[in-house]
Design a protein around this ligand. Sequence first.
Ligand code: TYM
Length: 329
Amino acid sequence: METVVSGIRPTGNLHLGNYFGAVKNFVKMQDNNNCLFFIADYHSLTTHPTPTDLQGNVKQVLAEYLASGLDPEKSVIYIQSDLPEVAELTLLLNMNAYIGELERTASFKEKVRQNPDNVNAGLLTYPVLMAADIIIHRARKVPVGKDQEQHLEMTRKFAARFNRMYGAEYFPIPEPFNFGEELVKIPGLDGTGKMGKSSGNGIYLAEDPASIRKKVMRAVTDAGPVEKNSPVSEPISNLFTIMSVVSKPETLQYFKDAYSDCSIRYGDLKKQLAEDIITFVAPIRERILEISSDSEYLRKVVKMGKEKAHASASQTIKDVRELIGIRPF
Ligand code: TYM
């Protein structure tokens, strides 16, 4: 059994990108691996949520994990801030993380561009905290979407650097994981870029049918194929990508063929896509509503997760302290 770790920031409801990039694989991996999945509340603090929003979002993501099929009997499900060992390991890893490499991280550069008035140190050291999350359990596999690839590359670098520095093969070098396939990137409905919580271009697992229909019908398209077999434009290829994960293969093929022979009607494409998304999210949405009202159960799940996660993390911190030389004289 290999150790698997991954997490999601509690910055709002989970969307189809989170599901198909990450949660779907969490669920698939929990039968055959030693899985730990957490809610990355420390990471979400870089954008300064209000205390009430933070608390509510942690609870919501937990309910959405469970509604999507994570099973607390099979996976360790916990809240990042319940593991103080993660904060300690971050501090230790920071000593060997260089400002230059952190400043070059694409996600950091993007945050600086988006919000030059909030370039806090937490944003800069974000990849170090993420590395600590992963290697605190000495994980080997990390199921994530495409946008986390560079962060994973940095985790690998920090783990290897620690091993080299202390002359020990202590940390396994973890890999981003999607069952041997390319990491997933689910696009948004706005014609360009990935689906994201902050960009308002997503469909949520907890979303109701009327709202899904409205969003999909408004999705950006183009003027239509100009001639037979013309290349598919980005907005349409994005809709095809979403269709490829929620619809039947023959449905997708039908619309691709219609595009190729110029008979496609975007209204029909969108109607079908909306109905297929609704069919897909309906049972998850129902379970979210059920589970999120059961606070007692949710508290029980995180309490159990905290205990199990702590057992794994405390051993790592003990070993790391010893390797570094933080030991009694
Ligand atoms: P976050 O919270 O932005 O996203 C959570 C997971 O969802 C995936 N994802 C997507 N996949 C495909 N298409 C999309 N449009 C899409 N949008 C989001 C992300 O790739 C991710 O797997 N830094 C991480 C959280 C984190 C973490 C970790 C992950 C903290 N520590 C340790 C793994 C291991 C993040 O911000 O993900």
